[in-house]
Design a protein around this ligand. Structure first.
Ligand SMILES: [Zn+2]
Length: 341
């Protein structure tokens, strides 16, 4: 499918100079979108010759920290200060952003499970195909800023897909250190291959993703970590000078979630009362929280316990929970040497 020509257009010249603000045109014809294309915002800020970075926010429409970091970068960046090019998709899954949802209702496809996409597929598949075939080949580095969305919350972390040969992993680890989040969660080589991270691996572009707070609102601490991280990566690639207050120190703690036993799952529907907060160190047997079944008051509350030692890095933020959902993910520190490829 990747060899088909995209049906999307672009209102600006991706190779042009200066600050261009425009949109991708995605023509789709159903009951709601029959009378004109869907316009997906895109900005290109280009200065003297140099490297190209892609910055994406809103890959999931209900994750706001990344969307606003991307918009801050567009607003404040003068192309005269840029060596190279910054391509920004601040509302990457635009229809999902307009609806405040993780996935757009037009096709209910998760953009981060849509790559390599399909030139003749649904709107989200068409968009993924354009990004993988027309944008990623232009890039030297990519950043995709996620957070927990309406129903989740993460510590502010970098997110790295462990894949590729030793030389490629070295470039990814350098980008991750430049992002400089206090922790970086590493997902294994078996992670889903339909994500933007996986698309970057296919195209050979080092990619640093992130998870920055959540709960369907702006978390200021994670926002600051994310913004500083973006500036750190742009400085590392020589695209923008560091801001006056500097960029993060080039270090991070690498964290792994080895398997599902490091996640606390609820075996029952109900209302969840957590017993720990993000960042807590937990041991096997510690209480993660209690689920109170909804209807039958004689049904006993269900205690959920951690199975392994670890640091709580993500949680289910919604209180109303469904059997099988994860209430917490915990991670353990791993050495950078173990990730080298
Ligand atoms: Zn996301």
């Amino acid at each position: 499918m990747a060899d088909k020509k995209s049906r999307l257009g672009c209102s600006i010249d991706l190779a042009g100079k200066g600050k261009q603000l425009g949109y991708l045109t995605l023509t789709w014809s159903d009951n709601k979108y029959a009378h004109g294309p869907i316009l997906v915002p895109i900005a290109v800020i280009s200065g003297a010759p140099g490297k190209t970075a892609l910055l994406a926010g809103g890959t999931h429409g209900d994750e706001y920290e990344g969307q606003l970091i991307a918009r801050q970068i567009i607003a404040e960046t003068d192309p005269a200060q840029v060596t190279g090019r910054i391509i920004v998709l601040p509302s990457h899954n635009y229809l999902a952003v307009t609806e405040g949802l993780r996935c757009a209702t037009v096709d209910n496809v998760n953009l981060n499970r849509a790559f390599p996409g399909d030139a003749d597929g649904s709107p989200t598949m068409m968009l993924a195909h354009f990004v993988e075939t027309a944008i990623l080949p232009l890039c030297d580095v990519a950043m995709d800023l996620h957070s927990g969305g309406r129903n989740g919350e993460y510590l502010p972390v970098g997110y790295l897909r462990q894949a590729g040969d030793a030389a490629f992993m070295k470039r990814k680890l350098e980008a991750t250190r430049a992002f400089g989040a206090p922790m970086t969660v590493v997902v294994g080589k078996t992670a889903d291959d339909r994500s933007l991270s996986a698309a970057c691996d296919r195209v050979g572009v080092p990619m640093i993703a992130s998870e920055l707070g959540g709960q369907g609102a702006i978390s200021m601490g994670p926002y600051r970590v994310g913004y500083a991280g973006v500036r750190g990566v742009l400085a590392h690639y020589g695209i923008l000078e560091p801001p006056p207050d500097g960029v993060p120190a080039e270090r991070t703690r690498y964290m792994s979630i080895p398997d599902r036993s490091y996640s606390a799952m609820t075996p029952a529907d109900g209302l969840f009362m957590p017993a720990v907060v993000l960042g807590d160190e937990v041991k096997a047997g510690d209480l993660a929280g209690t689920v109170y079944p909804l209807g039958d008051l004689t049904a006993l509350p269900v205690e959920i316990r951690f199975q392994k030692v670890g640091t709580a890095v993500a949680r289910k933020a919604a209180t109303l929970v469904r059997r099988g959902e994860f209430m917490f993910h915990t991670a353990i520190e791993v050495s950078e040497a173990s990730l080298a490829g």
